[in-house]
Each structure stands twice: as structure tokens, then as C-alpha cells.
Design a protein around this ligand. Structure first.
Ligand SMILES: [Mg+2]
Length: 252
């Protein structure tokens, strides 16, 4: 059963004793709160700058890499965007090759989703290049099931062919290449780079995709889920503000 991280700091210290930790941090909902303002982003950036002076750090996000680097870029901090499908750092970079069929399908689906979204006010289709996110957090709640069902119908053939997968995210559907790749695999890939070599990773995230990552990293990483107890993570924090409290302690 996951333990509350701030109430079990001694256990965390023991796990890290004699090791050099590294930090892999989700961004939205983890480093910044939902509905964050500019002051939240500035605080997160300052915290990343401070933390990265002591430890190797990566931000692992569902955002498109170019947006992540633009909004969060801190020199020396690795950025993994699109749920790990694209990664950059001064010393390494990677773009996952999803293959021609997946790329072609994403192009087709983008057009279909745009047509669907035009029927649902406040829905938003975000083309992230290697993936598509259909956001519905601002929509009339009563219409969300119909939108989700339309999106699933539009993607049914691509999913049945094994080319594309749909994953639930926070008030969004993630439409990705059905590849053996996700945030967890991206973290394992980064751990093989000299920058992260021989470190013990601490992974913190709040999303469904972070739960997959925690599962993939089990035994290899200290995993922390933000939002409550989940079976995939060793520790939990109740809310986003506690992530800042924890990282402030660590960065001191
Ligand atoms: Mg998140």
C-alpha cells in the first residue's frame, strides 16, 4: 500500500542513502496546479533550476516537446514531450519513429476529429505531431460521453488494425501510435544516457499515463503518485502543492 511521502520522508531518505538520486517529473498537475497562472509557472521554473543544480532532472510531459521546451525550458533539465515520444537535452535527443502507417493515420484522424469537434462547443483538438489530444475539460459535461464516443468511432479502424491507441488523460483523450513506448520506457531510455547513469530515479506524476510509467519503473525507481493511493506507486501525495513542499525540501 502506498505511503504518504511527506509523512514517510525517513523511509525515502533510507531508500536514497548512499545513492545519487535523479528526478523525473510530470509537469501539468504535478509541477504546476490545474488552471495554473504565470506565477505558478515561474515558481516551477525556479524550483527546477534549483533542483537541477544538485541532481539530474527531467520533465516528462504529455505536452508537445517544442511547447514544453518553450514554456518550461531550464538549461540542464531534460525535456520529454508527447508522453516520452520525443526527448531533448543538451547531451542527447530522441524522436520515436512511429512508422509511416501510424503517421498517415494520425493525419486522417486529425481531419476527422476536427470535423467532430466542430459539433461540440469548447472541445479542442490539439495536433502534437506524433500524437493528437482531444481536450474536453471546458465542455458542457453532459455532452462529453457523446464526444468520446464519436472520437472512438472515428478511430475504431485504426485501433482495430493495431496502429493507433487511445488513452485516457485528465479531461482528454490521447490518441497515440500503438507503439511499445510510453513515459516509463522514455525514462528507462534516459537512464541509459551518461547524464543519468547510475542514478536512482524518483518519478512523480498525477496522470493515468504516470500510473503506467510507475508500473514500468517498479523495482527500478521510487514512484510517487499525486492525487491519492494507487497500486502502481510506492508513495503518494494528496495534492499538487505537496509536490512543491517535497521538492523544496529536496532542493535545499
Ligand atoms: Mg499531469
Amino acid at each position: 500500500m502506498a505511503r504518504h511521502l511527506l509523512k514517510n520522508l525517513e523511509e525515502m531518505r533510507k531508500l536514497l542513502a548512499g545513492r545519487s538520486p535523479s528526478f523525473f517529473l510530470d509537469y501539468d498537475g504535478t509541477l504546476i496546479p490545474p488552471g495554473a497562472g504565470p506565477e505558478d509557472s515561474e515558481r516551477a521554473t525556479a524550483l527546477l533550476a534549483k533542483l537541477s543544480k544538485k541532481y539530474p532532472v527531467a520533465v516528462v510531459s504529455g505536452r508537445r516537446l517544442s511547447n514544453l521546451v518553450r514554456d518550461v525550458g531550464v538549461k540542464g533539465v531534460a525535456s520529454a514531450g508527447n508522453h516520452g515520444f520525443e526527448i531533448s537535452h543538451e547531451d542527447f535527443s530522441m524522436v520515436f519513429d512511429a512508422g509511416q502507417e501510424a503517421r498517415a493515420w494520425l493525419g486522417v484522424l486529425k481531419e476527422r476529429f476536427d470535423a467532430i469537434a466542430s459539433k461540440y462547443p469548447w472541445s479542442q483538438v490539439e495536433d502534437k505531431g506524433l500524437a493528437i489530444t482531444v481536450h474536453y475539460g471546458w465542455m458542457d459535461k453532459a455532452k462529453i460521453p457523446a464526444l468520446r464516443s464519436d472520437i472512438k468511432d472515428a478511430a475504431r479502424e485504426a485501433v482495430a488494425r493495431g496502429v493507433i491507441r487511445l488513452r485516457n488523460s485528465k479531461m482528454a483523450l490521447e490518441v497515440q501510435p500503438n507503439a511499445d513506448w510510453d513515459k516509463g520506457r522514455a525514462v528507462l531510455w534516459m537512464l541509459e544516457r551518461p547524464f543519468f547513469k547510475d542514478t536512482t530515479p524518483v518519478y512523480i506524476g498525477d496522470d493515468q499515463t504516470d500510473r503506467y510509467a510507475c508500473k514500468a519503473l517498479k523495482g527500478r525507481s521510487i514512484t510517487v503518485y499525486v492525487g491519492g493511493v494507487v497500486e502502481e506507486a510506492a508513495f503518494y501525495l494528496k495534492k499538487q502543492a505537496e509536490v512543491i513542499s517535497f521538492l523544496d525540501l529536496i532542493a535545499e
